[in-house]
Ligand binder design. Sequence first.
Ligand code: FES
Length: 88
Amino acid sequence: MDNKIICRCEDLTEEEIRQEIRQGARTLDELKRLTRTGMGPCQGKTCRPMIMRILAEETGVRLEDMVTPTVRQPLVPITLGDLAHEEN
Ligand code: FES
């Protein structure tokens, strides 16, 4: 069993990721829903490339042919002043 941590934010090992793929996960979005990978504070910036490499190895799909994850807008609208860190 490979206990190498792949997603530090969600504390997921390579073996846990591979098991989800072997049980049917075929996209990054599916892995995200099943394991929360990419949903931590870094939003997948650290783990996404490694997850995609593992997904490519397990499924045989080339990296350039993979479906990219869905990007959603923030749930709560914010003002431009909040974005600029200005006082109202
Ligand atoms: S390392 Fe995976 S979400 Fe941050």
